[in-house]
Design a protein around this ligand. Structure first.
Ligand code: NAD
Length: 355
């Protein structure tokens, strides 16, 4: 492992309850927060699961709001705030993927509500103090301690029905958090260990899930990886990879997990030219050089490989490159707009990276 010569480690304040069947402890965990009226959040797709959860919570449930949407639109948050206040709620329970977690964070940072998150994808948002919100077709991202959830309950039984395609792309989304944490300017040995262990968990779990999506042990392993990779994202500064995905998702509305899955081998391959020591753990886990190994891993899993398949036109790549360089995130390898345009072209066509 390539260690920085000095570093800061912030600690891990979120309480984590991990294990199959732990959903049974959700009421106990709401009470532990000192709360008595939980507003249960979900997307429309998981409305029935949210209703079941509210029933399980009994008198601890203040109601269900099931209109969470990708990229946390502010108009939805305003309606959810109205529901939160009308119901007299004093905490939120977010059941779902990053979209539902995002809505819970948006409510928490505006009201001071405590959050209990029950993740059902591998996006990792539950372990970060990051909130991305969209308004007037622009996505802005910020970090604040009030955004970080208080409690996270990981129960793999709730992920057994996660469709295979989303399992794969969501796992690659988590791997992107690990990759960028390994070369982040504020990396530290604890976060690097978690990034590596999380990557190993997905290297084991995703092929096993592809073989049998109902493999509960593999599902637990993937959720363990999601936790660690989420901590890695929360504990470090994002680089070029997350910047490009935020531009593509925010401006062109490309789907979150698929965009991460397609871009990951390319951004890692690009940065491997200057951060080969930092990225060596990924090469060891996935074989070959870091970007090539991840591209091969994604190919084996049947992941999407081409931006053009997400409905992005070739001319959109010019605009995306222009926006990405206008306010770049920290990145180990400096770049010009032409570098980013070339990287996007490779990802658009699905060519494997060179490194
Ligand atoms: P998602 O939450 O939008 O979920 C995608 C779809 O899958 C939804 O319809 C959802 O209801 C459904 N789903 C989720 N779990 C399921 C399950 N177990 N079984 C069946 N269906 C299920 O997708 P996502 O990729 O988890 O999250 C994407 C969002 O999260 C984006 O808005 C992204 O910006 C945000 N995100 C934020 C952070 C952060 O730290 N702030 C990190 C990662 C992602």
């Amino acid at each position: 492992m390539s260690l920085p010569s000095s570093f800061v480690f912030k600690g891990l304040p979120t309480r984590v309850v991990f294990g199959r069947g732990t959903i049974q402890r959700v009421g106990e965990e709401v009470e532990r927060l000192g709360a008595t009226r939980a507003l249960v959040l979900s997307t429309p797709h998981q409305q029935a699961d949210a209703a079941d959860l509210a029933e399980r919570l009994g008198s601890l449930a203040a109601g269900v709001f099931s209109r969470a949407a990708m990229h946390t639109p502010v108009e939805v948050t305003q309606d959810a705030l109205e529901a939160y206040r009308t119901a007299g709620a004093d905490c939120v329970v977010s059941l779902g993927g990053g979209s539902t977690t995002g809505l819970g964070k948006a409510i928490a940072t505006r009201t001071g509500a405590d959050q209990l998150v029950i993740p059902t994808t591998y996006a990792g948002s539950e372990m970060t103090d990051i909130l991305g919100e969209t308004q007037n077709a622009r996505k802005t991202t910020r970090r604040d301690p009030s955004i970080l959830p208080e409690t996270v309950l990981y129960d793999a039984d709730l992920t057994l029905g996660l469709p295979l395609a989303l399992s794969v792309t969501s796992g690659l989304n988590a791997l992107a958090h690990a990759a960028e944490a390994l070369y982040a300017p504020d990396r530290n040995p604890i976060i690097s260990l978690m990034a590596q262990e999380g990557s190993r968990a997905f290297a084991r779990a995703l092929p096993a899930i592809a073989a049998d999506p109902a493999d509960a042990d593999a599902r637990s392993d993937a959720l363990y990886g999601a936790w660690l990779c989420g901590v890695a994202l929360g504990g470090s500064t994002m680089g070029l990879h997350h910047k490009l995905c935020h531009v593509l998702g925010g401006t062109f509305d490309t789907p979150h997990a698929e965009t991460h899955a397609i871009m990951l081998p390319h951004t890692v391959g690009f940065n491997a030219a200057v951060a080969i020591a930092e990225l060596r753990p990924l090469a060891e886990i996935f074989g070959a050089s870091p970007g090539v190994g991840l591209h091969a891993f994604a190919t084996t899993l049947g992941a999407p490989l081409r931006l053009k398949d997400l409905g992005l036109g070739e001319a959109d790549l010019d605009k995306a490159a222009e926006i990405a360089v206008a306010s770049p995130y920290a990145n180990p390898r400096p770049f010009a707009q032409t570098d980013i345009r070339a990287l996007l072209q490779d990802a658009w066509e699905g060519r494997p990276p060179q490194l």
